[in-house]
Design a protein around this ligand. Structure first.
Ligand code: SF4
Length: 289
C-alpha cells in the first residue's frame, strides 16, 4: 500500500499521489497519461483526475501498479477499475493489467480463442484478475517470453492447469517443471495460429510469439516508444548484442502489425510500415543507439 508519509513532493496536491517506492515501470503513464508523468526517474501525479473517466483511468493505474506505489487520501471504490481488466486492445487480444513486481512490472496479455486462451507472460496472481480470467474461459496455455517475466507462472499453472512454454536456454530452478520446453533457433509452429520465434539477445532463450501474423508478443526483445518508433536497447541486452542484432534482422521476414512488449509502449502500424520501423530500429542499434 502506498504511504502518504513517503509521497513524492512533486505530486500535484489532491486525492491521488505516488510514493517513493515507484520503480518507473511506465504503466500508470500509459493507462492514465493525463494524470501521471515521469519526473526524475519515477512517476508523479501532475494533474489530479477531474472527470469520472480520468478517475477511472487513475484507479486502473492504481490496481496495475506492481509496487502499490499509487495511493489515495480516501479509500476508493475500485470495483469498476478491477472489472476493466483484462482490457481489450484489438479483436480478441487483451492487456491483463495487475503487473507483478517479480517481473519488474512487465505487461502480460490474454488471447481469447476457441482452441483455448493463451496468457502471454505472467501478471500478478490475484483473486480479482483470476476471477475475470475464469469468466473469460480460463487459461489453456501460458507462453513465457523469457526467464525474467515468469512471475507467478506456478500459481497460474496450478489454478488453471495451463501448459507453460519456455525456451530451454532460459530454464531456471523456478521454471524447470514447465510442460513445453522449446529448443534451437528455428521458428516452431505451436498451434495453427501460434508461431514461436526464438530471439536470443536479451537472454539466451528469449522467444517471441506471433499470433495470426498480426500480433507480435515481443517480450523484452523490441518495443515501441512515445515517438512511435520501434526500439531495442543494448543497455538491457544481458546476453549477446550480436545475437540481438541477428534476432532483430530475422523479424524482417515476419509479417506483423502489432508489437505488444513486456516493457515499453505498444505499437500498431501496417505490416509494410512495421518493416520500415524495424529497419530504422536496426540502423539506430548498429550506430550504438
Ligand atoms: S505504475 Fe507504479 S511503479 Fe509503475 S511508474 Fe507508475 S507509480 Fe511507478
Amino acid at each position: 500500500m502506498a504511504r502518504w508519509q513517503a509521497r513524492r513532493t512533486e505530486n500535484a496536491p489532491g486525492e491521488f499521489f505516488v510514493d517513493t517506492s515507484c520503480i518507473d515501470c511506465d504503466h500508470c503513464r500509459q493507462i492514465a497519461p493525463s494524470v501521471f508523468r515521469a519526473h526524475r526517474g519515477q512517476a508523479i501525479v501532475f494533474h489530479q483526475p477531474e472527470s469520472p473517466q480520468e478517475r477511472l483511468r487513475a484507479q486502473m493505474a492504481l490496481v496495475t501498479c506492481p509496487t502499490a506505489s499509487i495511493g489515495t487520501l480516501r479509500k476508493q471504490d475500485l470495483r469498476a477499475a478491477i472489472a476493466a481488466f483484462p482490457e481489450p486492445i484489438s479483436e480478441n487480444v487483451y492487456f491483463c493489467g495487475f503487473a507483478s513486481e517479480r517481473s519488474f512490472g512487465a505487461s502480460s496479455y490474454l488471447i481469447v480463442r476457441p482452441q483455448g486462451n493463451v496468457l502471454v507472460d505472467s501478471p500478478r496472481f490475484t483473486k480479482p484478475l483470476v476471477r475475470r480470467l475464469e469468466a473469460m474461459g480460463g487459461v489453456a496455455l501460458m507462453f513465457l517470453t523469457h526467464r525474467d517475466d515468469v512471475a507467478d507462472h506456478e500459481k497460474f499453472h496450478r489454478h488453471f492447469g495451463c501448459r507453460r512454454v519456455l525456451h530451454r536456454a532460459d530454464l531456471t530452478r523456478a521454471t524447470r517443471d514447465v510442460e513445453i520446453v522449446l529448443a534451437g533457433r528455428d521458428p516452431i509452429l505451436l498451434e495453427d495460429d501460434l508461431l514461436v520465434i526464438p530471439t536470443p539477445g536479451h537472454t539466451p532463450g528469449h522467444q517471441v510469439l506471433l499470433y495470426r501474423e498480426r500480433y507480435l508478443f515481443s517480450g523484452d526483445h523490441v518495443w515501441g516508444n512515445e515517438r512511435g518508433e520501434l526500439v531495442a536497447s543494448r543497455r538491457v541486452c544481458w546476453y549477446s548484442r550480436e545475437e540481438q542484432m541477428r534476432s532483430l534482422e530475422r523479424l524482417l521476414d515476419v509479417r506483423f502489425e502489432w508489437v505488444l512488449p513486456g516493457h515499453g509502449r505498444r505499437l500498431h502500424a501496417s505490416a509494410p510500415n512495421m518493416r520500415v520501423l524495424l529497419r530504422e530500429c536496426l540502423a539506430r542499434l548498429a550506430l550504438g543507439g
